[in-house]
Write a protein that binds this ligand. Structure first.
Ligand SMILES: [Zn+2]
Length: 288
């Protein structure tokens, strides 16, 4: 499948477009820093990572529109203190001026987190993102306990990059986020990247009623070469049709957007599964 074929593909499923819960737009200076990091990917990840959609904001929005991505967040995340509140304001403003973009937020373990997350929720933020490897913090930090509680009570999803891929952090893996879920069992955690490379352990977290997993980068040839998804877990994906949700990591992917959709179709789990994953589950999570 090529990107040009994507609209015909979702139309063939009877959909009116795609919902993608894992898209990044960042303030220019932050995105440029992220891209500079990917330029050194061979050092960081042991593999080159040429970004396919390294274009202007306008061009990237046009690409999403042509693909038929109807709703998406601009997932922001901090790598240091005193950055999250500013990112949250930026993400709300960006969503305000961008059709299809829903307001997103983030947080960091710092004394102000509780207040700025409350403010973000009050101002209509519909999804949060945490990146435990980039942020390099423990999600069990007691300063975050009230934040998790607020999100659980509001039913607002939080996309968590908690898996140890492509590189592990001090607080990645199913243990720390699993402990957060033990304390806040109603929390809507969306485990990013199907939890790679701890796929089985993160899939087990769906014993909590609101845990989802996004597909971001999982199953693509690029990822399979480094962290293959165990084929004996494919029936688990079938059983979890209401918990698996389309994510892409657009624009920071070293292959075409269509590649992610093709690998989902190649699982051969049926059109109903694809409709749930590529549209309905994301629509429910983002409230669109
Ligand atoms: Zn991402």
């Amino acid at each position: 499948m090529l990107d040009d074929d994507v609209p015909a593909w979702w139309r063939g499923l009877g959909l009116d477009g795609l919902i993608d819960v894992h898209v990044h737009f960042l303030p220019d200076q932050v995105m440029n820093a992220v891209w500079a990091y990917f330029d050194q990917a061979s050092t960081h990840y042991g593999t080159a990572w040429p970004i396919t959609y390294r274009t202007s904001v306008e061009e990237r929005l046009k690409t999403l529109a042509l693909l038929g991505v109807r709703a998406f967040p601009a997932l922001v995340y901090p790598h240091k203190p005193e950055m999250a509140a500013w990112l949250n304001t930026w993400a709300r403003d960006f969503a305000d001026r961008t059709p299809g973009c829903v307001p997103s937020g983030t947080f960091y373990p710092e004394p102000t987190a509780s207040a700025y997350v409350r403010e973000a929720l009050d101002l209509g933020t519909r999804i949060f993102k945490v990146h435990l490897q980039v942020g390099d913090y423990d999600p069990r930090d007691e300063v975050l306990d009230d934040v998790w509680g607020q999100l659980a009570e509001a039913g607002t999803p939080v996309v968590a990059h908690c898996g140890s891929g492509p590189i592990p952090g001090r607080h990645t893996g199913p243990g720390p986020i699993g402990e957060v879920l033990r304390r806040h069992p109603r929390l809507t955690v969306v485990v990013a990247h199907l939890g790679m490379p701890e796929y089985a352990e993160h899939l087990e977290l769906t014993s909590y009623p609101n845990v989802h997993l996004d597909t971001t980068m999982a199953l693509t040839p690029f990822t399979e070469a480094m962290m293959p998804f165990p084929r004996d877990l494919v029936p688990r994906l079938a059983d979890l049709a209401d918990r698996i949700v389309l994510g892409s990591d657009f624009p920071n992917i070293p292959y075409s957007y269509a590649t992610q959709l093709q690998v989902l179709a190649d699982l051969e789990l049926g059109d109903g599964w694809l409709r749930a994953v590529c549209h309905d589950n994301g629509a429910r999570l983002l409230g669109v």
